[in-house]
Design a protein around this ligand. Structure first.
Ligand code: HEC
Ligand code: HEC
Length: 568
């Protein structure tokens, strides 16, 4: 009898939708056969954190992964963040509260009502300028290159701005739970050691030292969507790279530079603190990226001194080190201690009555758990039943935009977002077209922006009190460690570009860079290094940024501090 009950319980657990629960109950997914490649996981995480935050990784010596993932794992900048794949759009414009929502209805609760305004633009993230790679200079973070002006977008009156991604930046926090990453799931679950696709056809194979000779060997590392993902942006000439840069070249540049050499690292950083260079920038003299690779990975992958096509074994195998190290670091970015988690762990007072009302609405009338279920709040997670690309509710069509603008993983399906820390990661949806959670609730209330949709997106009635309760509940999914950048979310110093200077309103200013005369002059904001204890002030939300709340120092990351990094 007991066995039967257990069997029934287990099978009901596996079915979708899954019950909401504390994220502390879910083990962190682990890459398969990690020990084949890695000898020290602590060293691996340190390497990953340094690489993720290092501005020297970009071709310009200014762009890190973190440039677009600095804010609760996402990006809340507001200038030069727009792009549009389908139509011309204004470069370098600044978003404000009046810019949202992107599709505005006469009656926001009725999708059939008149459309007052509409925009096919995307709030993405500013990456790098369109330039061609020439060569690296030893000891220098900025690479040599040339302006490339072959495309009309991101150019005004002959001057270039930083190019902007065509989708909104999702958070790296809790991304380790996704079977596949990216809005369309194209970062494969299997890491091929070279690209996001997972396909052996795209990977030359690693150089492995066996019996004294180097041989090419294919790799297939399972449960490694984050490693697949990380292999994408760093050579992408919209995000971090000049066109034509390769992995061994990137490795040679980074092996010759002090890790994080431009940025300060807090002495109490939860990972890098003991390695930080006291009173200076970067890690101390004991550390190079090469010896950090050697500390983390098995010798088979780096020990040979043989030179192949002009590069060492360690330089050739850099995409393996890059992918697995960044994945290991991102796997530490787990926010499982929100008021909601504590409530589930049966601390009945962790949610207010209003938040509990919102939780009930989320599970019943709102039908939100049909897709945002389980501890991860998404059917795209490992614990969800369906694991095929479009199986279960992992990828769904919610009708944010017409399918012909962006078909996502096919037919207008996009990855169901996890909702943790959602208060901090606006704007929302793959197009970044909603600025506030109230706007998101209105979106669902009218059954999405465009038809036809998945069956579970149906208009519902909601009172003002219920709507406020639902928003309050969504805000109870914020982990205070994320809100204050406390460990494991602490980070090195970073400067981010926050739009371009204008000579007069609407006219870009020249003189941004001596090597690249076509680049428009830039504005930068500094984010100070923060240690394990976090900032005294909470992170600014996107909504607060648009309203100017927090510019007085009452919020962190308000993007109005000067940049003190010596920019190359
Ligand atoms: C120029 C801005 C930019 C830079 C630089 C950048 N990203 Fe992203 N990141 C994005 C955008 C935009 C997406 C979503 C793209 C898509 O899904 O098509 C994304 C998606 C992701 C995701 C997937 C999250 C999810 O839920 O699907 C992860 C993880 C991630 N990036 C990590 C990284 C890492 C690691 C690096 C450095 C190697 C990096 N990013 C560099 C903008 C950026
Ligand atoms: C049919 C499945 C489905 C249902 C039901 C659903 N969602 Fe979603 N949700 C998604 C998908 C898919 C996305 C990403 C859509 C996109 O960007 O195109 C998403 C995105 C979101 C986002 C934005 C996340 C981000 O980081 O940008 C929020 C907030 C959200 N949903 C809340 C809710 C709430 C609240 C409900 C219930 C009222 C709900 N969802 C019901 C599938 C669903």
């Amino acid at each position: 009898m007991l066995r039967l009950i257990i069997a029934v319980l287990l099978s009901s657990c596996a079915a979708w939708p899954q019950a909401l629960r504390s994220l502390k109950s879910v083990p962190t997914p682990e890459p398969a056969d990690l020990n084949t490649y890695v000898k020290d996981k602590v060293a691996l995480v340190a390497l990953g954190k340094a690489l993720f935050w290092d501005m020297q990784a970009g071709s310009d010596g200014q762009t890190a992964c973190a440039t677009c993932h600095f804010h609760a794992g996402a990006d809340h900048r507001s200038q030069n963040q727009l792009s549009d794949q389908n139509r011309p759009f204004p470069v370098n414009s600044t978003l404000d509260t009046a810019s949202f929502p992107f599709r505005r209805f006469a009656d926001p609760s009725n999708r059939g009502s008149e459309i007052l305004s509409d925009s096919s633009m995307r709030v993405g993230s500013a990456g790098t300028f369109r330039r061609v790679f020439k060569e690296i200079v030893p000891g220098q973070a900025a690479e040599l290159g040339e302006d490339m002006l072959d495309r009309p977008e991101f150019i005004a009156a002959g001057l270039q701005v930083r190019r902007v991604t065509v989708r909104n930046t999702p958070s790296t926090y809790n991304a380790v739970y996704n079977v596949r990453n990216f809005w369309d799931g194209r970062a494969a679950r299997i890491f091929n050691g070279a690209t996001p696709s997972g396909s052996a056809a795209d990977a030359p194979g690693l150089l492995v030292a066996r019996d004294g000779t180097l041989r090419r060997e294919q790799v297939r590392i399972d449960n490694s969507s984050l490693a697949s993902q990380a292999a994408g942006p760093v050579l992408d000439h919209l995000e971090m790279s000049y066109a034509g840069r390769t992995w061994p070249v990137l490795a040679r540049k980074l092996f010759g530079l002090r890790p994080l050499g431009l940025q300060r690292v807090a002495s109490d950083d939860s990972v890098l603190g003991p390695m930080a260079r006291a009173g200076g920038r970067g890690l101390d003299d004991r550390f190079t990226y090469l010896n950090m690779v050697q500390a983390a990975f098995q010798p088979l992958y780096w020990e040979s001194t043989e030179v192949t096509d002009g590069f060492t074994q360690a330089e050739h195998n850099f995409p393996l080190f890059w992918g697995l190290a960044i994945q290991a670091y991102e796997a530490t970015l787990i926010s499982n201690d929100s008021p909601f988690d504590r409530f589930q762990e049966s601390n009945g007072i962790a949610l207010t009555t209003q938040e509990q009302d919102g939780l009930r609405f989320f599970q019943t009338t709102g039908r939100c758990t049909q897709c945002h279920g389980g501890a991860e709040f998404t059917a795209a997670s490992f614990t969800a039943a369906g694991q095929g690309r479009n199986a279960g509710r992992a990828f769904q069509r919610t009708g944010v935009r017409p399918v012909e603008e962006d078909s996502g993983s096919g037919n207008g399906n996009f990855k169901t977002s996890g909702l943790r820390n959602i208060e901090l990661t606006g704007p929302y949806f793959h197009n970044g077209g909603e600025a506030t959670l109230e706007q998101v609730v209105e979106f669902y209330r009218r059954g999405g922006n465009v038809a036809p949709n998945n069956n579970n997106i149906r208009p519902f009635n909601v009172t003002a009190a219920q709507s406020a309760a639902l928003v309050a509940f969504l805000k109870a999914l914020t982990d205070e460690r994320a809100r204050f950048d406390r460990a494991p979310f602490d980070h090195p110093e970073l400067c981010v570009p926050v739009g371009h200077r204008e000579a007069q309103p609407g006219v870009l200013a020249a003189g941004g860079n001596a090597m690249f005369p076509r680049s428009a002059a830039e504005k930068w904001a500094g984010l100070p290094a923060v240690g394990a204890g976090g900032h005294p002030a909470p992170l600014q939300t996107f909504e607060e940024l648009l309203k100017g709340v927090g510019a007085d120092g009452s919020r962190s990351h308000a993007l109005n501090d000067a940049c003190s990094v010596p920019l190359p």
